[in-house]
Ligand binder design. Structure first.
Ligand SMILES: NC(=O)c1ccc[n+]([C@@H]2O[C@H](COP(=O)([O-])OP(=O)(O)OC[C@H]3O[C@@H](n4cnc5c(N)ncnc54)[C@H](OP(=O)(O)O)[C@@H]3O)[C@@H](O)[C@H]2O)c1
Length: 237
């Protein structure tokens, strides 16, 4: 596949899990993938795996909690590539399962800063390059917890409900610039993100299933776009 030849894709949280699968898929489709997160050792592993299959990837340190880190990443992409065609805001955290009244303000802030402020900072830093080019695709990875109640995960759910609202509004802002903004809301995915005891990992959504949806979104015919995908396992795990 080479539908994305010449395109630059930035994937946050590319070090493992869903972000790794998305990065591998976009590279296999011909994109140059900028793998971004804090763990450079893991990013190097993903880069080597992509290169071993003939893909092109580079690593970039990114800490979404640090605005300067986001700005630095955007500046280096602009200097090296002069373009950003695809941005996948995938990085996210869940933290411990506990009722909201037992959740510390520090934990609340960390979840919001990573899951909601992080995508905002990334859009703020990279959308101008897309606007200048008159094209682009932004894909935000939300969760079914952004549509449903999540007892003992209210802060996480709030961050993902917020990310959905951000996405719908941003999509309207950027439509006139020919930039398509989508959100994917998966159910439980088989990664190290959360331990859901009693669930059959083989029946969970697999990281590659999410990557497949990203591949569909970014290859949608140009005159339309899929604004939201709710992704569920075929059989309940
Ligand atoms: N797994 C699920 O069941 C599930 C279901 C629905 C939605 N999701 C969503 O899917 C996304 C990916 O989840 P996953 O299961 O792949 O999780 P994961 O395996 O824990 O990976 C999370 C990624 O986010 C990165 N990250 C975390 N904090 C960061 C920060 N401050 N700055 C930069 N990168 C950061 C991590 O890299 P570093 O630690 O190296 O920075 C890691 O690469 C998340 O947004 C999650 O909410 C997951």
């Amino acid at each position: 596949m080479s539908e994305l030849n010449g395109q630059v894709a930035v994937v946050t949280g590319a070090a493992r899990g869903i972000g790794e699968a998305i990065s591998r898929r976009l590279a296999a489709m011909g994109a140059t993938v900028v793998l971004a997160s804090r763990d450079l050792t893991q990013l190097d592993r993903v880069k080597l795996a992509i290169q071993s299959k003939g893909g092109v990837a580079e690593t970039a340190h990114l800490d979404l909690l640090d605005e300067r880190s986001v700005q630095h990443l955007a500046a280096s992409i602009k200097e090296r590539h002069h373009r950003c065609d695809i941005l996948v805001n995938n990085a996210g955290i869940g933290l411990s399962a506990r009722p909201l009244h037992e959740t510390s303000p520090a934990e609340w802030d960390m979840i919001m800063a990573t899951n909601l402020r992080g995508p905002y900072l990334m859009v703020r830093a990279l959308a101008p390059m897309m606007i200048a080019a008159g094209s682009g695709h932004i894909v935000n990875i939300s969760s079914l917890a952004g549509h449903n109640p999540l007892p003992n995960g209210a802060a996480y759910a709030a961050s993902k409900w917020g990310l959905n609202g951000l996405t719908y509004s941003l999509a309207e802002e950027l439509r006139p610039h020919n930039i398509r903004v989508s959100v994917i809301a998966p159910g439980s995915v088989n990664t190290g993100f959360s331990v859901s005891s009693g669930k059959d990992p083989g029946r969970k959504i697999q990281p590659d299933d999410v990557a497949h949806v990203v591949a569909m979104l970014v290859t949608q015919a140009p005159q339309s776009f899929v604004s939201e995908v709710l992704l569920r396992p075929t059989q309940k795990p």
